[in-house]
Write a protein that binds this ligand. Structure first.
Ligand code: SF4
Ligand SMILES: [Zn+2]
Ligand SMILES: [Zn+2]
Length: 303
């Protein structure tokens, strides 16, 4: 006998969430997912004093689910989908196509930035760096911020989900990275020219966004980035998944303890260095030259 949906008790269930012991049919699942995003937006006052948001869309399941959920969410908030074509051979093109298809379906015009216009791509970065994810993060943060300033955006929304957040926290607690612990929260307010950032999917697991994107047939890239192979963050995610198999709400408990107890405590005690303006590009920097300008110089020297 097929299991019935725990909500409507009528249609057959297609999704089972172990951490909550709930079963959902397709229709009820999509409604549940969207309601949860809305509750997260409200709980952390993410869209307060916001009239234009940039949504960073990578072409993956998480940011696609986020954009689809928020498109047409409110007449008061303008949405600007933003995609960075990193120039990763055999991968970036598929990502860009997925973003274009998704936006077309949602009636939105994406803003696409091609890293190659800077004279290099992630393929050049990967030749220089054994672990390209860290410089890749620098590139993405830099351009998200720069474009947000140029387009007068109030807030950047990213598709980071619960699994991503717990992986970062897991490592930060293990190594005592107090700055990372202090700044890992659902919403970071704007500091000068550093535009605020928020993660509306911070309470959704990897699997929850995968179900939503699949059920709603959103275009997204299933393949992993070739540079992620063997990365430590993927290994840590697998380990966390093993723990969650024995303790199904492990990730949720970890996040809620972090947000209720440790993050506020450490945020009070930790002072981030004051931001300056990069002397080359004028963007916010913690040193004389920002990390993006340093990275660009290093790569261009060797290409
Ligand atoms: S896996 Fe690493 S290199 Fe690939 S897109 Fe993500 S951060 Fe960039
Ligand atoms: Zn149902
Ligand atoms: Zn700079």
């Amino acid at each position: 006998m097929p299991v019935k949906c725990s909500l409507c008790k009528d249609r057959n269930a297609v999704v089972h969430l172990e951490f909550s012991s709930m079963y959902y049919c397709e229709e009820c699942y999509s409604q549940y997912f969207i309601r949860k995003v809305r509750r997260t937006l409200e709980k952390y006052k993410m869209l307060e004093h916001t009239s234009r948001v940039l949504i960073a869309v990578s072409g993956g399941k998480d940011s696609s689910a986020l954009l689809a959920t928020l498109a047409g969410f409110s007449d008061d908030v303008e949405i600007l989908p933003f995609h960075i074509d990193l120039g990763i051979p055999g991968y970036s093109e598929k990502c860009r196509e997925a973003v274009e298809e998704l936006c077309k379906g949602l009636g939105l015009k994406p803003l696409i930035f091609k890293l190659e216009t800077e004279g290099f791509t992630m393929a050049d970065v990967a030749k220089k760096y054994k672990k390209p994810c860290s410089p890749c993060g620098t590139i993405k943060r830099y351009w998200m911020n720069k474009v947000s300033i140029e387009r007068k955006v109030d807030l950047v929304l990213t598709g980071h989900n619960l699994d991503d957040t717990i992986e970062v926290l897991f490592q930060a607690y293990l190594t005592g990275s107090v700055h990372t612990i202090a700044k890992t929260k659902p919403k970071l307010e704007r500091i000068g020219d550093l535009i605020g950032r928020a993660k509306p999917l911070i309470r959704h697991t990897d699997l929850e966004t995968l179900y939503f994107s699949s059920i709603n047939e959103l275009p997204f890239v299933v393949a992993e980035c070739p540079y992620s192979r063997g990365s430590r963050s993927i290994r840590r995610k697998k380990l966390i998944e093993k723990i969650a198999r024995d303790i199904p709400n492990f990730k949720h408990t970890f996040l809620s303890t972090h947000l209720k107890t440790f993050q506020p405590l450490l945020a009070e005690k930790t002072r981030l260095p004051p931001l300056r303006k990069c002397k080359r590009c004028g963007m916010p920097a913690s040193a004389e030259v920002c990390s993006y300008c340093k990275l660009k110089e290093r790569i261009l020297k060797h290409t």
